[in-house]
Design a protein around this ligand. Structure first.
Ligand SMILES: [Zn+2]
Length: 397
């Protein structure tokens, strides 16, 4: 197979090569720039034009509803629905169809904004939603001037602890920490703030005292920390979103970020931490298992990671059976209904080689997935029993 990188007009084009099922395209080097590189009539094929249709004929179970009531512990009703009442009505109907009993919205923020988010969810659907607060690192500071941020003023941790107590009073069920914590927020000298900086300890301690679990997003997929080149398994996605890349000359390593998060979890054994996106290490479930063994106050959830879990179905299934008490269900939605159906198919069936997304081109890695057919007792735990135990307000709903 000949692999080449060529330029057609101003468009950088890349031909997928080296993967077993890649198109064997031997290019016509003389093809003119305005002919589409769609692999036809001897032309090269652009990676983003590749639309292989599987000829595999195997059993399919296109589930449209979860087998048991579900608590979705990772959703974004502020960021994805922008407080639209119509979209909320529509999504609640989707929840009904899919057997989703409760969604946990992670976008509450604090103070008046938190109350506004609560009222958006609760005015009509109090029995279907709980919500988390977020830390206000910036306060009245300027976005582009970290020296003015509230986080760098004295006593920030203790003041935030107080605001979290107020958030709990207002109905919040937990705290969500976004990935900018470690990869975005900065110190006055321009360095990134440290996840395990002792200044934030009062926040984690307060969550333990208040009984608020902390769902924390730290780092990102392993491939996002590698160069965007032909060896990167998420090349297509990073090519579309170069800002999702965290090159080593500008960012701490992924291992360093995850280790700092783990030191926080170890320092606060009375606080429950929910490692978002399989503790952001779904590429290495053996290591996630080590963390679960080491930190009894850690649980994980699979939002936006069925693409990872489903390409290692034997390993993932063993992991889910062994740690059935330590895994919540999550999607990162609200998503289109077809994507939510794929979660049921992944968790409940042994279907083979199916997409993990409704998008025509796989958005998180160029592969398909395999179901892990979890037994009923494990499904019940992951779908709702663990959430009812861990997230305040869920079992009352
Ligand atoms: Zn999320």
């Amino acid at each position: 197979m000949r692999c080449s990188v060529r330029y057609a007009g101003r468009l950088a084009v890349v031909l997928l090569c080296g993967l077993a099922w890649a198109a064997t395209a031997v290019g016509q080097e003389t093809a003119s720039a305005d002919e589409p590189l769609n692999g036809r009539e001897g032309r090269q094929l652009l990676l983003d034009q590749f639309r292989p249709r599987s000829m595999l004929r195997v059993e399919q179970h296109l589930l449209k509803r979860a087998a048991f009531p579900v608590v979705d512990a990772h959703t974004h009703f502020r960021y994805r629905l922008h407080h639209s009442p119509e979209q909320l009505d529509e999504f609640v109907r989707l929840m009904d169809r899919n057997n989703i009993a409760v969604c946990v919205s992670l976008d509450g923020r604090l103070g008046d904004e938190l109350v506004e988010h609560r009222d958006y969810l609760w005015s009509r659907y109090k029995d279907r939603f709980v919500f988390y607060a977020n830390i206000d690192w910036r306060g009245d500071g300027q976005e582009d001037d970290p020296a003015t941020w509230d986080a760098h003023r004295p006593d920030f941790g203790r003041r935030m602890a107080k605001r979290l107590a107020e958030a709990k009073q207002a109905g919040a069920s937990g705290l969500k920490v976004f990935k900018q914590f470690g990869l975005g927020y900065r110190n006055p000298d321009g360095s990134l703030i440290k996840i395990d900086d002792p200044r934030w300890d009062p926040i984690w301690a307060a969550c333990g005292e208040l009984g608020l679990p902390v769902i924390i997003h730290t780092a990102d997929p392993a491939a996002f920390f590698l160069p965007i080149d032909e060896t990167n398994e998420r090349w297509e996605e990073l090519h579309r979103h170069p800002d999702w890349s965290f090159p080593p000359d500008k960012f701490p390593s992924r291992d360093a970020l995850l280790a700092a998060r783990n030191r926080v979890i170890a320092r606060h054994p009375r606080t429950t931490f929910i490692g978002a996106h399989m503790a952001n290490n779904s590429e290495d479930l053996a290591e996630v298992a080590e963390w679960l063994e080491k930190y009894p106050n850690l649980v994980v959830e699979p939002a936006s990671r069925i693409g990872e879990l489903g390409r290692q179905p034997y390993t993932a299934r063993k992991f889910f059976l062994k740690y059935a008490d330590r895994i919540l269900f999550g999607t990162d939605g609200p998503w289109p209904e077809q994507r939510i159906h794929l979660y049921w198919r992944f968790f409940e069936t042994f279907d083979e080689n199916f997409p993990y997304s409704e998008k025509e081109f796989p958005p998180q890695g160029f592969w398909n997935i395999y179901g892990i057919g979890l037994p009923e007792d494990v499904l019940r735990k992951v779908y709702h029993e663990n959430a009812a135990r861990i997230i305040p307000g869920v079992k009352e709903r």
